[in-house]
Design a protein around this ligand. Structure first.
Ligand SMILES: [Zn+2]
Length: 336
């Protein structure tokens, strides 16, 4: 019996609805105790895989030792490097220009993303992170040139994170594929790296015949950013938007900043057709930018419906949810 089957046995049927709270809101208790606070659908996340969405794209054949990643050709110039074996289902993007290439995020750091990238392009490759959560910087240490924000948050994460802080992310409930390179729960760490080039709002990265613009959108984390390909009307989103539960409730998130960034992104929607998120699915319509901002406004209205998932509020919209702590940040401000 493989690990996945064991998980399914242990966790089968554990989504329990427990009536409603005194505010008339639905309370959901999820019992995948290894993955908590991550919104609805996490108890059986592996059942969704592979997601149908990926069938639209050409899959790139890889050597067997690169099996941790699935690589898809999203356009002539963009590869999505997808880590389906771990709960985050993180997507890093390799973007090719005529002279240089940019790797937007480097995954959770268990596969050798450097040799994978080298197999895909001969161009010199620089790294830019959408933000410095562990699941986006894992392979940074393998690269020499790394763009990053000058925030204290980024600087702090350049030091890496020890096994005690990240081991759960490769433990039971989080990983169902065999991990390569002898990575185990006991030896997994987030390795230190060095930002060599500071990016500010509006910073332009020149890949030769293609330029990419950086926009700082704090909220999910203080160093969250998006990357605009203005000519091709593409926006690489990081974790600021993906078609799943958006985390405005985690320790590093700032609700007010997230709302302000969502507003700014909704104003950018006219320049963009397609969003390329850092999790789950690589190609979603830009209408979500307006829907996300509207969602952030709607949840602050009195009587907005939510459910409580693992103690956090989850507001549901078409194609995504927004998670905030309970009580909500705007209610706490009112009490003060
Ligand atoms: Zn994140």
């Amino acid at each position: 019996m493989n690990f996945k089957s064991i998980l399914i046995l242990v966790l089968t049927g554990l989504l329990i609805s427990c009536g409603s709270s005194d505010q008339g809101q639905e309370i959901v208790v999820t019992e995948n105790e290894q993955v908590q606070g991550r919104g609805e659908g996490k108890d059986n996340w592996w059942d969704n895989l592979p997601r149908d969405h990926w069938g639209k794209f050409e899959r790139v054949e890889l050597p067997e030792d690169q099996g941790w990643f699935e690589v898809y050709k999203i356009t002539d110039r963009i590869y999505a490097l997808y880590e389906m074996g771990q709960f985050e289902e993180v997507i890093s993007y390799l973007i090719l220009g005529s002279e240089r290439a940019l790797l937007f995020d480097t995954g959770i750091g268990v596969g050798d993303i450097r040799s994978l990238v080298t197999a895909l392009t001969d161009l010199p490759v620089s790294v830019l992170n959408s933000h410095t959560h562990y699941d986006h910087v894992g392979g940074n240490y393998l690269f020499n040139r790394i763009y990053g924000t000058g925030t204290d948050y980024t600087k702090n994460h350049e030091n890496g994170r020890p096994n005690e802080e990240v081991r759960e992310f490769v433990g039971p409930g989080w990983v169902w594929k065999d991990m390569p390179n002898e990575v185990t729960v006991d030896n997994y760490t987030s390795k230190p790296f060095k930002v060599t080039d500071i990016v500010n709002d509006g910073f332009v990265i020149d890949l030769g015949d293609k330029t990419l613009e950086v926009f700082l959108v704090p909220g999910h984390t203080p160093d969250a950013l998006v990357l605009l390909d203005r000519r091709d009307r593409l926006l690489f989103m990081g974790d600021t938007f993906y078609p799943a539960s958006l985390y405005a409730h985690m320790g590093d998130a700032n609700f007010g900043d997230y709302v302000a960034s969502a507003k700014r992104l909704s104003e950018m929607a006219q320049d963009v057709d397609i969003l390329l998120p850092a999790h789950n699915e690589p190609w979603v319509p830009s209408e979500y930018l307006n829907a996300m901002y509207q969602g952030f406004l709607d949840i602050q209205k009195p009587g907005a419906e939510y459910r409580i998932t693992d103690g956090d509020r989850e507001y549901r919209f078409d194609g995504f949810t927004i998670m905030v702590s309970d009580p909500a940040p705007w209610e706490i401000e009112e009490e003060e």
